[in-house]
Design a protein around this ligand. Structure first.
Ligand code: GTP
Length: 594
């Protein structure tokens, strides 16, 4: 295709503002999907995406329109997946900034807009859902125009649901988004913006060709790893994969298949070139996503450990952001310490493990990465609280911090500030987007955000506040490890790293919870919370005499045996912590957040 006829664009928006629905209409209007095969959220292919109504993976699709080729890239809207957005942006020249006409600008609207501006994209502001009775297009057109510095009349208005205005939007894309520019006769350079594992075809790599040409049966070179492969198939998605006999030229977006089996061999952000005529310089890639949140994952049934390992291996083939290593817990047995991009990513991975692989899992409370400097100058990275050093030899502890942006109606300013102050937030600034909507910026420790922050924010603002955060380095903090001990034995799964001021609250709450959950034993069991050797809270489980034979009055022998057998079975699902028997359910219940 002549690059002059190509338009590469993406749709960026806050979650639920209607990207996928708008993409559906575009598929229909351009005739790529006929009305009979149309289904809602056509491009969300994973079950879990469709059920939750969210987009996790980006999707690229080629739309023929009015003599042009439009490549549309649908992107996820959730904060955990920002890295997916930024990689997609690199493959485009334009971005549709979609805003719900009944909601207005939200935190991810801003975050995505800044990413698009950094990538130098032409931005098309669009209000969606104008069919809604609650839509306020005048008000929000003004807000949006104020934000990007255009005239309110330049803000397009559409309904992804009814299709109103969508044709005009496509015409606008053709007119306003710049055509791609690249050197057709130069050595090939293509940017990998996504990489997906498919059971039948192996890894499918999505690329945007910048210079030159990539063809079938060509030896290609992955520039960051220096690995070479042969392209077995190359093509475009429209909306199903369609091989392109002529290959892909300047400005084109499509896929290639080389037979590799692991997405890490075809890394997002890498540059593909020809192995025969190689480009000298890589395209500016982007950073590899870094796990930010860690949690221990254990099978409830210890025998399922090999299955859990296999399931994680499989998920990782398709999710380069997922990292894990084996871990042993005295309380929970064999499992893994798993790193995630954020809480949603964590939830999704866990749900897929349980649903797609039929596993029952316990996970420990999520934590962030801490950097600990010891007095002797040595340094260690802690991703598991039970590995936090105890004793007086710690010189400094650093925790990751975020720059967080909260958007909400101004009546909630007080409530929001109260929550943020309570979580060691530092106010950076505040701006009014309109007379009744405000943007509040804070630095907040990531460890405070992953602990129930979003739920609190939502409940204190009746669901009106939205939150976005980005990593902003680290800060020193007065953090301590609180251990929970049963009869003097620490239970590693319950150790937590908390700020010194919150240690007492955590310890008391956990001790209380466990007292309710752990059944009485034949001896008294003290539950203690401690910082190092110093006990900060204590509860007691009183002793009982649990003699099952007492009821039998020494009579029938076979009845006695049966009872003993039953007791043995019950014990199987018990874990021993020192001499204390703790039922599996107690761990599950104590670790579940409520
Ligand atoms: P993520 O993929 O999770 O980021 O969401 P999204 O932005 O793709 O939103 P999606 O298209 O799933 O739409 C969110 C909700 O808004 C769905 O319930 C849609 O039916 C509804 N919706 C989308 N567009 C319109 C519209 O134009 N009008 C009305 N009334 N509802 C819409």
């Amino acid at each position: 295709t002549d690059p002059a006829l190509i338009r590469n664009f993406c749709i960026i928006a806050h979650i639920d503002h209607g990207k996928s629905t708008l993409a559906d209409r575009m598929l229909q209007i351009t005739g790529v999907v006929d009305d009979r095969s149309m289904r809602a959220q056509y491009l969300d292919r994973m079950d879990i995406e469709r059920e939750r109504g969210i987009t996790i993976k980006s999707q690229a699709v080629r739309l023929p329109y009015d003599g042009h080729v439009l490549n549309m890239i649908d992107t996820p809207g959730h904060v955990d997946f920002t890295y997916e957005v930024s990689r997609s942006l690199q493959a485009c020249e334009g971005a549709i900034l979609l805003v719900d006409a009944a909601q207005g600008i939200e935190a991810q609207t801003l975050a995505n807009l800044y990413l698009a501006m950094n990538a130098d994209l032409h931005i098309i502001p669009v209000l969606n859902k104008i069919d809604l009775p609650a839509a306020q297009p005048e008000k929000f057109a003004e807000e949006l125009a104020g934000l990007i510095g255009c005239d309110p009349s330049d803000v397009l208005r559409v309904s992804g649901k009814t299709g109103e205005g969508v044709r005009e939007l496509l015409d606008h894309v053709v007119r306003e988004v710049p055509a791609p520019v690249g050197r057709a006769d130069a050595a090939a350079r293509a940017l990998i913006f996504d990489s997906v594992y498919d059971t039948y075809r192996g890894v499918v790599t999505y690329v945007r060709v910048v210079d030159g040409h990539l063809g079938k049966r060509e030896r290609i070179l992955m520039m960051s790893t220096a690995a070479t492969h042969e392209t077995l198939e190359i093509g475009v998605i429209s909306p199903e994969p369609r091989p392109a006999e002529l290959g892909l030229g300047v400005g084109e977006v499509g896929y290639l298949i080389t037979g590799v089996k692991d997405v890490r061999q075809s890394r997002v952000g890498d540059t593909v070139t020809s192995a025969v005529k190689s480009a000298g310089e890589m395209l500016a890639g982007y950073e590899h996503p870094k796990p930010m949140v860690f949690s221990g994952l254990y099978p409830i049934d210890g025998d399922e450990y090999p299955e859990l390992r296999e399931a994680l291996d499989k998920l990782q083939l398709n999710d380069a952001a997922l990292v894990y290593e084996p871990e042993t817990s005295a309380a929970l047995g064999f499992g893994f310490r798993v790193g995630f991009l954020g809480l949603l990513h964590m939830e999704i991975v866990r749900e897929r493990l349980e649903r797609e692989f039929g596993l029952s899992l316990i996970s420990t409370a999520p934590n962030v990465i801490y950097r600990v400097i010891m007095e002797d100058g040595s340094e260690l990275t802690v991703t598991n609280p039970s590995e936090f050093p105890t004793g007086g030899k710690i010189a400094q502890v650093f925790e990751p911090v975020t720059k967080s942006t909260i958007l909400a109606p101004s009546e909630f300013i007080g409530a929001i500030m109260e929550i943020c102050q309570g979580r060691r937030g530092n106010l950076l600034g505040m701006d009014y987007l309109s007379e009744d909507r405000v943007e509040i910026r804070y630095t907040l420790p990531l460890g405070e955000i992953i602990f129930d922050f979003f739920d609190q924010l939502k409940s204190r603002t009746r669901g009106y506040a939205s939150l976005d955060y980005e990593p902003a380095g680290e800060q020193e903090a007065d953090l301590v490890k609180v251990d929970i001990l049963l009869q003097g034995e620490p239970v590693d799964a319950f150790s937590a790293i908390v700020h010194r001021e919150k240690a007492y609250a955590y310890g008391t709450e956990m001790a209380k919870k466990l007292r309710e959950l752990i059944p009485r034993q034949q001896f008294e069991v003290p539950i203690q919370a401690a910082i190092g050797a110093r006990v900060i809270a204590r509860e007691n489980i009183r002793a009982i005499r649990k003699d099952v034979l007492a009821k039998c009055y020494g009579g029938d022998i076979s009845r006695k045996r049966k009872l003993l057998e039953k007791q043995k079975e019950g014990k199987k699902r018990m874990k021993m912590v020192g001499r204390v028997e703790v039922p599996q359910e107690a761990f599950v219940a104590a670790l579940s957040t409520d």
